[in-house]
Design a protein around this ligand. Structure first.
Ligand code: PMP
Ligand code: GLU
Length: 394
């Protein structure tokens, strides 16, 4: 078998793989608690579905401009202005098949084989593999050493003439950490000083728990705005994971090059989903608000439950819908039974019927991520089983 060198060491997506495995167990009537993928369990709101049905009935079923329909681009510009204090025009925007494709497009358009791209561990599973797919080298900064906050000294130490980009993600998947305005402003200064491009993945922007607040990197000044691609999407906020709508805003000339990646690979995203996206962005705040309040309640439920659990540490989520737990001591004590977080998660799935994601997949060995984008019953079942596991192995 001959495969491209770039793909030789690209790994699978643990989030998608474990979720698919757990779902197939469930379809065989195995009672698995699935706290794996970060996918809202809500159905897409009706007014959004209705817009898609109307698009089909109206015959809005052909190719659209690659970057997206003007009506949607305009609403995205309004959203960036209103929520993020960033001025973009339609020419600065590309709508893609999920934020995943937005990120992939940028990396493909901007990286060379000898480029280095910095990511902050723990990182979302796909960043590292996407970087490898460009041929560039991922350079990982471990934020666990700094309580999962940004450490500018550590970042600057790893910047070299080859550093092309850095990816930042707040609210963070998998830790739930939200960076402060001061942290982000200082980060912007470092990026501008070294003249490197930045992807600011803000997909969890709306899922944030007071008093924490979201700040957009590109809103601080023109220099950082011109270096930054602001990535967002509808999957999380509007329970639209399967519709595949993500988008980015960035500097016009860079965005033009990025658009070529999409032009020659997938063209526009689904015309029907774009009409649904228009409806989503026009909904009253209360539509997404209801789901966001439900995540806040579940977060409280998870944190109350965790007060009864001894033996593992965790980070109190400030945003997103994940709890990142520290199993390092338990793994250390039970090395003969499970050598790492992946083996631990396999044991949890096979013997305790609970699906969670190993920290190793996020570049944080010894940790484990649960997603609480699941019903309270599912969360309770899953956490109870995890607690049984902890009690046995502590
Ligand atoms: N960024 C982060 C941090 C994520 O967790 C995800 C997972 N869905 C994405 C981007 C991509 O989301 P989508 O492609 O569904 O828009
Ligand atoms: N981003 C979500 C997660 O981290 C969904 C799965 C994926 O695309 O990775 O679980």
């Amino acid at each position: 078998m001959k495969i491209s060198k770039r793909f030789a060491n690209v790994g699978d997506s643990s989030t998608l793989k474990i979720t698919a495995l757990a779902k197939s167990m469930k379809s065989k009537n195995i009672d698995v608690a699935i706290l794996a993928a970060g996918e809202p369990d809500f159905d897409t709101p009706n007014e959004i579905k209705d817009a898609a049905i109307k698009a089909i009935k109206d015959g809005f079923t052909g190719y659209t401009p690659v970057r997206g329909i003007p009506e949607l681009l305009e609403l995205i510009c309004e959203k960036f202005k209103r929520d993020n204090n960033i001025e973009y025009k339609n020419e600065n925007i590309i709508v893609s098949t999920g934020a995943k494709q937005s990120i992939y497009n940028v990396l493909q358009a901007l990286c060379d084989e000898d480029s280095e791209v910095m990511i902050l561990a723990p990182f979302w599973v796909s960043y590292i593999e996407m970087i490898k797919m460009t041929g560039a080298t991922p350079v990982v900064i471990d934020t666990a050493l700094d309580n999962f906050r940004l450490n500018f000294k550590r970042i600057e130490e790893k910047i070299t003439p080859k550093t092309r980009m850095i990816i930042i993600n707040s609210p963070n998947n998998p830790t739930g950490v939200v960076y402060t305005e001061k942290e982000l402003r200082d980060f912007a200064d470092v990026v501008v000083k070294h003249n490197i491009y930045c992807i600011s993945d803000e997909i969890y922007e709306k899922i944030i728990y007071p008093p924490h607040k979201h700040y957009s990197l590109a809103s601080f000044n023109e220099q950082i705005k011109n270096l930054t691609f602001t990535v967002n999407g509808l999957s999380k906020t509007y329970a639209m994971t399967g519709w595949r709508i993500g988008f980015l805003g960035g500097e016009k000339k860079l965005v033009e090059k990025t658009l070529m990646v999409q032009t020659h690979s997938t063209s526009c995203t689904s015309s029907i989903s774009q009409k649904a996206a228009v409806a989503a962005l026009k909904t009253d705040e209360s539509v997404a608000g209801k789901m966001i309040s439900e995540f806040a309640e579940r977060r409280k439920f998870v944190l109350d439950f965790m007060k009864t659990v001894d033996g593992v540490g965790y980070i109190e989520p400030m945003g997103a819908f994940y709890l990142f737990m520290d199993f390092r001591k338990i793994i250390e004590r039970n090395k003969n039974l499970f050598a790492d977080s992946e083996a631990l998660c396999t044991k949890l799935l096979e013997e305790y019927n609970v699906a969670v994601i190993p920290g190793g997949a996020f570049g944080a060995e010894g940790y484990l991520r649960i997603s609480y984008a699941a019903s309270k019953e599912e969360i309770k079942k899953g956490l109870t089983r995890i607690n049984d596991f902890i009690k046995k192995h502590i």
